[in-house]
Ligand binder design. Structure first.
Ligand code: SAH
Ligand code: SF4
Length: 391
């Protein structure tokens, strides 16, 4: 089933206004102080935006009429424009968001056991890192998303469930930064958005329920460890530099040993004991042999981690193939024998492809591909029905 929502194009005066949606609490406090208002207004407005999904100051009834009018002059709450909402019979939902210049990004909400719903969020339009097995990389890089466009994806998902009346009942219980783009290549906006996810006046998610996935930008990873405390997933995909250089070209700049050391440094900075999720996309005949499993086992010794196996999702002209089910199981067994837990991603929302087929033109192509990837990208540890976060 599909619905489309039409939002009027912003008028020129709207475009000049400050969008409060992507502001962290300290930024918003600063904004109010500069307006000559009290600091506590920031928390009040944040709750209206992120708990109750208010998109206009008129709704914020505990602000005086005078303040609301003052805000209207200079500011706005502008979520990204939803061009399509799509949902499958198993409860998986997907939103296609327009982000200007005819570009679209998607956000996918995947239900996974109990009341858990994981939102897969995009950070960039396209990606510049050109991993050889990734369709987003093949699309090239268009631009970074703003903090409002990133947190706006959570806003849109939450809004579809109606305002949050009871703070213990969250429509979005987990967020994974595994949609389009490399989040650490869009550092500040992604940090701002994650801070709003963690902030009580924002989405109030625990640090174990917000996961950043990266192909391995070492300096930014070190910086992130000093700034926020979230769960970490590493797109490894190869157990040695020679192979990883081919699959994940950023490896030439930050080779595997440097990346492993950065993971350990990151874990040390976390406020509790945590595992890194190692994402390993299995590609037939490329990285799915016994020697690869053995090298992987050796490489990960001493790193608190769980491996997540993702059978490659083929796309036209990729030149790669997905291994057989048997080969995937064999690879998993080799890792088990070496003492590693290595869940295989479970497929969700099978019928969403049929729905995607109803989309038209440019949206159709991107949606079909990236919806599949979004499913592929969720670490099985996060979607397996048996798995529960520690808190
Ligand atoms: N740029 C970040 C986050 C987005 S990509 C990163 O690389 O980690 C998230 C995951 O999508 C990657 O781990 C990669 O394994 C997965 N992915 C990309 N293309 C894929 C494909 N064709 N098949 C299976 N997984 C894919
Ligand atoms: Fe970019 Fe991640 Fe795709 Fe690599 S796997 S091209 S880093 S989105």
């Amino acid at each position: 089933m599909m619905t489309s929502e039409k939002t009027p194009s912003p008028s020129p005066s709207q475009e000049e206004k400050t969008n409060l949606l992507g502001m962290t609490l300290p930024e918003l406090e600063d904004f109010f102080l500069k307006m000559g208002e009290k600091k506590f207004r920031a928390a009040q407005v944040m709750k209206w935006m992120h708990h109750r999904c208010a998109a206009s100051f008129d709704e914020m009834t505990d602000l005086s009429k005078k303040l609301r009018e003052k805000l209207q002059q200079t500011a706005e709450v502008r979520p990204p424009k939803v061009v399509l909402e799509d949902f499958s019979s198993d409860g998986t939902r997907k939103w296609v968001l327009e982000v200007g210049d005819g570009s679209h990004v998607e956000t996918v909400l995947i239900p996974a056991g109990g009341n858990r719903r994981t939102l897969c969020v995009s950070s960039q339009v396209g990606c510049s890192l050109d991993c050889s097995f990734c369709s987003t990389g093949k699309q090239g890089f268009q631009r970074n998303l703003t903090p409002a466009e990133i947190i706006g994806q959570v806003w849109v998902a939450q809004k579809s469930f109606g305002p949050r009346k009871d703070s213990s009942k969250r429509p979005v219980t987990n967020v994974v930064m595994m949609g389009m783009g490399e989040p650490l290549m869009n550092y500040q906006p992604v940090m701002a958005a994650m801070k709003i996810m963690l902030e009580d006046n924002g989405y109030g998610l625990s640090k174990r329920r917000v996961t950043l996935s990266t192909s391995g930008l070492v300096p930014q990873l070190d910086k992130m460890g000093d700034e926020v405390d979230v769960s970490l997933a590493i797109s490894l995909h190869a157990p040695n530099d020679e192979l990883r250089n081919q699959l994940v070209p950023i490896n030439k700049k930050y080779p595997i040993q440097e990346l492993m050391a950065a993971c350990k440094r990151y874990l040390k900075k976390c406020g509790d004991s945590r595992d890194v999720t190692i994402e390993y996309t299995l590609i037939a005949g490329i990285n799915d042999q016994k020697e690869h499993a053995q090298q992987l086992g050796q490489l990960l010794k001493g790193l608190p981690c769980k491996i997540n196996l993702i059978p490659f999702n083929p796309f036209p002209y990729s030149g790669y193939e997905r291994p057989s089910r048997n080969q995937v199981m064999r690879f998993q067994n080799w890792l088990h024998e070496l003492g590693y837990s290595a869940p295989i991603r479970t497929t969700r929302g099978d019928d969403i492809d049929a729905a995607c087929g109803q989309l038209v033109g440019r949206v159709q192509d991107r949606t079909r591909r990236s919806a599949r990837y979004a499913e592929e990208r969720i670490p099985a540890a996060l979607v397996d029905n048996n798995w529960q976060p520690a808190n």
